[in-house]
Write a new protein. Structure first.
Length: 223
Protein backbone atom coordinates (compact mmCIF):
# COMPACT_ATOMS: atom_id res chain seq x y z
CA UNK A 1 0.00 0.00 0.00
CA UNK A 2 1.40 3.37 -0.97
CA UNK A 3 0.25 5.52 1.91
CA UNK A 4 2.96 6.55 4.32
CA UNK A 5 2.19 9.20 6.91
CA UNK A 6 4.87 11.86 7.31
CA UNK A 7 5.46 14.99 9.31
CA UNK A 8 2.52 17.15 8.32
CA UNK A 9 2.19 15.56 4.90
CA UNK A 10 1.77 12.22 3.24
CA UNK A 11 1.55 10.52 -0.09
CA UNK A 12 -2.08 9.64 -0.53
CA UNK A 13 -3.63 7.19 -2.93
CA UNK A 14 -4.63 3.56 -3.12
CA UNK A 15 -3.07 0.58 -4.82
CA UNK A 16 -5.03 -2.64 -5.19
CA UNK A 17 -7.60 -3.31 -2.51
CA UNK A 18 -10.57 -1.52 -1.01
CA UNK A 19 -8.85 -1.88 2.36
CA UNK A 20 -5.88 0.13 1.09
CA UNK A 21 -8.21 2.84 -0.18
CA UNK A 22 -10.05 3.04 3.13
CA UNK A 23 -6.78 3.28 5.07
CA UNK A 24 -5.59 6.11 2.80
CA UNK A 25 -8.84 7.97 3.37
CA UNK A 26 -8.45 7.46 7.12
CA UNK A 27 -4.87 8.77 7.17
CA UNK A 28 -5.80 11.71 4.95
CA UNK A 29 -8.70 12.68 7.21
CA UNK A 30 -6.63 12.38 10.37
CA UNK A 31 -3.78 14.46 8.96
CA UNK A 32 -6.02 17.23 7.61
CA UNK A 33 -6.24 19.39 10.80
CA UNK A 34 -2.45 19.46 11.16
CA UNK A 35 -1.67 20.68 7.64
CA UNK A 36 -1.50 24.20 6.38
CA UNK A 37 -3.46 25.09 3.24
CA UNK A 38 -2.45 23.06 0.21
CA UNK A 39 -1.83 24.60 -3.21
CA UNK A 40 -1.80 22.61 -6.46
CA UNK A 41 1.66 22.43 -7.99
CA UNK A 42 1.71 24.71 -11.08
CA UNK A 43 2.07 23.12 -14.50
CA UNK A 44 5.58 24.58 -14.75
CA UNK A 45 6.54 22.15 -11.99
CA UNK A 46 5.08 19.04 -13.60
CA UNK A 47 7.33 16.01 -13.92
CA UNK A 48 8.91 15.83 -17.39
CA UNK A 49 7.38 13.41 -19.87
CA UNK A 50 10.61 11.42 -19.79
CA UNK A 51 9.97 10.61 -16.13
CA UNK A 52 7.75 7.63 -15.23
CA UNK A 53 6.11 9.90 -12.65
CA UNK A 54 4.51 12.18 -15.25
CA UNK A 55 1.26 10.19 -14.81
CA UNK A 56 0.93 11.87 -11.40
CA UNK A 57 0.99 15.40 -12.82
CA UNK A 58 -2.10 17.25 -11.68
CA UNK A 59 -2.43 15.23 -8.46
CA UNK A 60 0.30 17.00 -6.47
CA UNK A 61 -0.15 19.75 -3.89
CA UNK A 62 2.26 21.54 -1.60
CA UNK A 63 2.29 23.68 1.51
CA UNK A 64 4.99 25.16 3.72
CA UNK A 65 5.21 21.70 5.32
CA UNK A 66 6.03 19.82 2.13
CA UNK A 67 4.43 17.80 -0.66
CA UNK A 68 1.30 15.68 -0.81
CA UNK A 69 0.13 13.42 -3.64
CA UNK A 70 -3.53 12.40 -3.89
CA UNK A 71 -3.73 10.33 -7.04
CA UNK A 72 -6.48 7.87 -7.98
CA UNK A 73 -5.66 4.20 -8.40
CA UNK A 74 -5.92 4.59 -12.19
CA UNK A 75 -3.05 7.10 -12.23
CA UNK A 76 -0.94 5.14 -9.74
CA UNK A 77 -1.33 2.03 -11.90
CA UNK A 78 0.50 3.84 -14.71
CA UNK A 79 3.64 4.23 -12.60
CA UNK A 80 5.99 1.29 -11.94
CA UNK A 81 5.76 0.13 -8.34
CA UNK A 82 9.51 0.55 -7.85
CA UNK A 83 9.27 4.21 -8.85
CA UNK A 84 6.33 4.76 -6.50
CA UNK A 85 8.37 3.33 -3.64
CA UNK A 86 11.33 5.57 -4.53
CA UNK A 87 9.00 8.57 -4.68
CA UNK A 88 7.53 7.68 -1.31
CA UNK A 89 10.99 7.58 0.31
CA UNK A 90 12.13 10.71 -1.52
CA UNK A 91 9.17 12.85 -0.48
CA UNK A 92 9.57 11.61 3.07
CA UNK A 93 13.18 12.82 3.03
CA UNK A 94 12.28 16.19 1.49
CA UNK A 95 9.49 16.81 3.99
CA UNK A 96 11.82 15.81 6.81
CA UNK A 97 14.40 18.34 5.59
CA UNK A 98 11.68 21.00 5.51
CA UNK A 99 10.67 20.14 9.07
CA UNK A 100 14.28 20.31 10.26
CA UNK A 101 14.85 23.65 8.51
CA UNK A 102 17.33 22.47 5.89
CA UNK A 103 14.86 23.21 3.10
CA UNK A 104 12.03 25.70 2.73
CA UNK A 105 9.12 25.60 0.30
CA UNK A 106 9.06 28.39 -2.25
CA UNK A 107 5.91 30.07 -3.54
CA UNK A 108 6.41 28.15 -6.81
CA UNK A 109 6.35 24.75 -5.12
CA UNK A 110 10.09 24.08 -5.25
CA UNK A 111 11.93 23.09 -2.07
CA UNK A 112 14.96 25.35 -1.74
CA UNK A 113 17.99 25.39 0.54
CA UNK A 114 17.21 27.46 3.63
CA UNK A 115 19.28 30.59 4.16
CA UNK A 116 20.38 29.18 7.52
CA UNK A 117 22.11 26.36 5.62
CA UNK A 118 24.30 28.83 3.71
CA UNK A 119 27.82 29.52 4.99
CA UNK A 120 27.68 31.63 8.15
CA UNK A 121 28.78 35.29 8.19
CA UNK A 122 29.28 35.33 4.44
CA UNK A 123 30.16 38.83 3.26
CA UNK A 124 28.46 40.34 0.24
CA UNK A 125 31.70 40.14 -1.74
CA UNK A 126 32.12 36.45 -0.90
CA UNK A 127 28.49 35.75 -1.76
CA UNK A 128 28.79 37.51 -5.11
CA UNK A 129 31.99 35.63 -5.90
CA UNK A 130 30.28 32.33 -5.11
CA UNK A 131 27.39 33.17 -7.44
CA UNK A 132 29.80 34.17 -10.21
CA UNK A 133 31.44 30.74 -9.99
CA UNK A 134 28.20 28.87 -10.58
CA UNK A 135 28.00 26.91 -13.80
CA UNK A 136 24.93 24.91 -12.93
CA UNK A 137 22.04 24.52 -10.53
CA UNK A 138 20.13 22.03 -8.40
CA UNK A 139 16.37 22.19 -7.93
CA UNK A 140 14.35 20.00 -5.58
CA UNK A 141 10.98 19.21 -7.17
CA UNK A 142 8.22 16.94 -5.86
CA UNK A 143 9.23 14.21 -8.30
CA UNK A 144 12.97 14.34 -7.71
CA UNK A 145 16.03 16.46 -8.20
CA UNK A 146 16.76 18.42 -11.37
CA UNK A 147 20.40 19.17 -12.10
CA UNK A 148 21.58 21.56 -14.79
CA UNK A 149 25.13 22.00 -16.06
CA UNK A 150 26.20 24.59 -18.60
CA UNK A 151 28.41 23.59 -21.51
CA UNK A 152 31.61 24.50 -19.65
CA UNK A 153 30.76 22.37 -16.61
CA UNK A 154 29.43 19.54 -18.79
CA UNK A 155 32.80 19.34 -20.51
CA UNK A 156 34.62 19.41 -17.16
CA UNK A 157 32.49 16.60 -15.74
CA UNK A 158 32.73 14.44 -18.85
CA UNK A 159 36.49 14.92 -19.01
CA UNK A 160 37.02 14.41 -15.30
CA UNK A 161 39.10 17.58 -15.09
CA UNK A 162 37.14 18.84 -12.06
CA UNK A 163 38.43 15.96 -9.92
CA UNK A 164 41.41 18.00 -8.73
CA UNK A 165 39.10 20.25 -6.73
CA UNK A 166 37.07 17.32 -5.43
CA UNK A 167 33.33 16.87 -4.97
CA UNK A 168 33.25 20.00 -2.83
CA UNK A 169 34.45 22.11 -5.74
CA UNK A 170 31.88 20.61 -8.08
CA UNK A 171 29.16 21.15 -5.47
CA UNK A 172 30.11 24.86 -5.32
CA UNK A 173 29.95 25.17 -9.10
CA UNK A 174 26.43 23.73 -8.93
CA UNK A 175 25.40 26.41 -6.45
CA UNK A 176 25.77 24.44 -3.23
CA UNK A 177 22.86 23.40 -1.04
CA UNK A 178 21.69 20.37 0.90
CA UNK A 179 22.06 17.82 -1.92
CA UNK A 180 25.04 19.31 -3.77
CA UNK A 181 27.57 16.86 -2.36
CA UNK A 182 25.38 13.87 -3.21
CA UNK A 183 24.82 15.18 -6.72
CA UNK A 184 28.54 15.76 -7.20
CA UNK A 185 29.32 12.19 -6.16
CA UNK A 186 26.67 10.82 -8.52
CA UNK A 187 27.98 12.88 -11.43
CA UNK A 188 31.48 11.58 -10.79
CA UNK A 189 30.38 8.02 -11.54
CA UNK A 190 27.88 8.88 -14.27
CA UNK A 191 30.13 11.27 -16.22
CA UNK A 192 30.43 9.03 -19.24
CA UNK A 193 26.66 8.74 -19.64
CA UNK A 194 25.55 12.36 -19.40
CA UNK A 195 26.55 13.48 -22.90
CA UNK A 196 23.32 12.10 -24.36
CA UNK A 197 21.45 14.58 -22.13
CA UNK A 198 23.18 17.70 -23.48
CA UNK A 199 20.82 20.10 -25.23
CA UNK A 200 21.59 22.00 -28.38
CA UNK A 201 22.18 25.17 -26.34
CA UNK A 202 24.99 23.40 -24.49
CA UNK A 203 23.14 22.82 -21.22
CA UNK A 204 22.84 19.33 -19.79
CA UNK A 205 19.66 18.71 -17.79
CA UNK A 206 19.33 15.58 -15.67
CA UNK A 207 16.45 14.39 -13.50
CA UNK A 208 16.79 11.92 -10.67
CA UNK A 209 13.49 10.32 -9.68
CA UNK A 210 13.64 9.74 -5.97
CA UNK A 211 17.01 9.17 -4.28
CA UNK A 212 20.04 10.40 -6.21
CA UNK A 213 22.38 7.70 -7.41
CA UNK A 214 25.03 7.00 -10.03
CA UNK A 215 22.41 5.68 -12.42
CA UNK A 216 18.69 6.09 -12.67
CA UNK A 217 18.59 9.62 -14.05
CA UNK A 218 16.38 10.53 -16.97
CA UNK A 219 16.60 13.33 -19.53
CA UNK A 220 15.27 14.59 -22.81
CA UNK A 221 18.00 13.64 -25.29
CA UNK A 222 16.40 15.84 -27.96
CA UNK A 223 16.05 18.98 -25.84
Amino acid sequence: MLAVAMSGTLIGGSVGTAFAASKVAQVTTEAQPERTALTPVPSAEYAPSSSPLHALNGYVSYSQDGYRIDAPASALADVPQADLEKLNAYIGAVNSDIKSGKLVMSAEGVAETASSEAPARQTLAVAQKAVSKRHGYIKTHWYGVEVGLDSWLTNKVEGGTWLASGAGGLATLLGGGTTAGIVAAALATAAGAIQVCQHKDGWTILYWVGPIGAGGFVCNPFG
